[in-house]
Structure formats: C-alpha cells, structure tokens
Design a protein around this ligand. Structure first.
Ligand code: ADP
Ligand code: MG
Length: 265
C-alpha cells in the first residue's frame, strides 16, 4: 500500500462543529449521536454501508432534514434552535439557516440540474436569483469555473446533451459559484458509468488540493484514502471508527471497518 501524502489534520479554525446529532424517522433512529469537527481546508471522507445514515447526516448539516437533537456551529455561527414539548428541536431563525446554507455547496449523487436551462444558466442561478448578485460578475465567475471543470465549451448546451460525468462536473461548478465555505458531496460518482468516474474525481481532487473544506460521502476507497485528511466510518447511525486514512485503511481497530474497506479493494 502506498504512503499517504496528505499532511496530518490541519489546526486551522473550525468550519464545522456538530455535536450529538440524533435523527429518527418514526421508530427508526437513523442517527444516534454523531459528532464531527471539520477544520478549514480539511477533507473528511465519510464511509459506511448503505443505510448507515451518511446522507441523513449530510442533510442535517444543511437543514434539508431537521435533527431531533444536536448542536451545529457552521463557519463560527451556532444555529439557533428551540425545543418543543416532545423534546424535539427546531431552528428558530430560518433567515440564519438560509444565510448559512447559501455558503454550503452541495453535490448529490444525481446531478439535479435544471433541464430547461443551459449549463451556464444552471451555474449562475443561485448567485443571481437567490443571493441577488450582479449577473454580469457572476457570469464571468461561472465561465471561469466552467473552464476549470473543463466545460466552458458546453456552457450554452442543455444538460441532456452532456454525459453524466459532464453533468456532475457542471453540478460541481454550480456548487462552487456560491463561493462555498464548506462543500458537501454525497456519493458524487455513484450514479456514473465506471468510465466517467475518473473525470469527476479529478475535479474533486483539484478542489482538495486547493484547500477547500469538504465532507465527502463516497464508496471510492482509493480516492478517499488519497485525498482525505480524516476518515469517518459510520455504522448503524454511529461513528464506529475515525482517524487518519492510514489508521482507517491500514490499521483499523474495528473489525467491521476493516471488512468494509477491504471489500472495495
Ligand atoms: P446512507 O446514506 O448511509 O445509505 P441514509 O441516511 O440514506 O443512509 O438512510 C439511513 C436510514 O434512514 C435508512 O434506513 C433509510 O431508509 C432511512 N431514511 C432516510 N431518509 C428517510 C426519510 N425521509 N423517511 C424515512 N426514512 C428515511
Ligand atoms: Mg446515502
């Protein structure tokens, strides 16, 4: 196994600090107390079998799901929440949520591009129509981002004329166009044909090398091992083991973690 070249965990300020996140759907307790910190510039991969709660955890971080319990400090701001009489919590200030969400770049498994808008229109949509930024300036930035992900020449095409890999690269450009402080990737290559995975991983690797802060749910074990500062292995709604890539992939304490990572080799 090759040596891990990423530096040890960076001691920069925290981009994300979540504590004791719980979430249930009916009787199904999907998250049973998850805590995680991400420093600025850090790449954290989240591994775990299907159903272990990875997506729900990411969705709780950008409040697409509301956690039943847990505290969230995102870019230094604690999310204001209150508890109802059943002990469940709710955000009290949706303007705060919107503001924080507007600096979170989310990339899903499916590309979720607007089919009736061109690639460029997709990329500028949120900054122009949600963040009310100047359309001319955003367009310039969007064109630079499309250049960076290798899609400048496709900017006036509609999504259906692009391959899955190109659509996902466009989705990454769109997430970058809001100047996110934190990027959340949920299995960004899982829906792609195998021959298209590499081009998307390359874009994500470039973002890691640039020092972007990222949480990445993935089943690409070699990629996670190479690109991450820290790796989290989830099992049944809990963090079963976490540590450096070397620890998780070469010397895990947990037998489950060892079995999980070895099945993808
Ligand atoms: P993973 O991403 O690790 O595969 P998920 O977070 O998607 O796991 O799902 C964890 C569990 O939560 C699964 O049992 C799933 O069926 C359940 N679940 C996820 N979202 C919902 C929902 N909106 N309603 C009910 N159950 C859900
Ligand atoms: Mg998932």
């Amino acid at each position: 196994m090759s040596e891990i070249v990423r530096p040890l965990r960076k001691k920069t300020p925290l981009a994300l600090e979540v504590n004791q996140v719980h979430k249930r759907f009916g009787d199904n307790e999907v998250l049973k107390g998850i805590s995680l910190q991400a420093h600025h510039g850090e790449v954290i991969s989240i591994l775990g079998s299907s159903g272990s709660g990875k997506s729900t955890f990411l969705r709780c971080i950008n409040f697409l799901e509301i956690a039943d319990q847990g505290t969230f400090i995102i870019n230094g701001e604690e999310i204001r929440q209150t508890h109802d009489r059943h002990g469940r919590q709710h955000p009290t200030d949706w303007k705060q949520i919107e503001r924080i969400r507007s600096r979170l770049g989310m990339v899903f498994q499916g590309f979720n591009l607007w089919s009736h808008r061109t690639i460029l229109e997709n990329v500028i949509e949120a900054p122009v129509h949600v963040l009310n930024q100047d359309k001319y300036e955003v367009t310039e930035q969007a064109e630079e981002l499309l250049q960076k992900v290798g899609l400048y020449h496709k900017r006036h095409e509609y999504p259906s004329f692009l391959s899955g890999g190109q659509q996902q690269r466009a989705a990454i450009a769109r997430a970058l166009c809001i100047n996110p402080k934190l990027m959340l990737f949920d299995e960004p290559t899982s829906a792609l044909d195998p021959e298209l995975v590499g081009e998307v991983l390359k874009v994500i690797r470039d973002l890691a090398d640039e020092g972007r802060t990222m949480l990445l749910v993935t089943h690409e074990m070699n990629f996670a091992r190479d690109v991450s500062d820290h790796v989290v292995f989830m099992h049944q709604g809990l963090i079963e083991e976490e540590g450096s890539p070397d620890r998780i992939f070469n010397h895990p304490n947990s037998e489950r973690c060892r079995q999980f990572t070895s099945q993808f080799r």
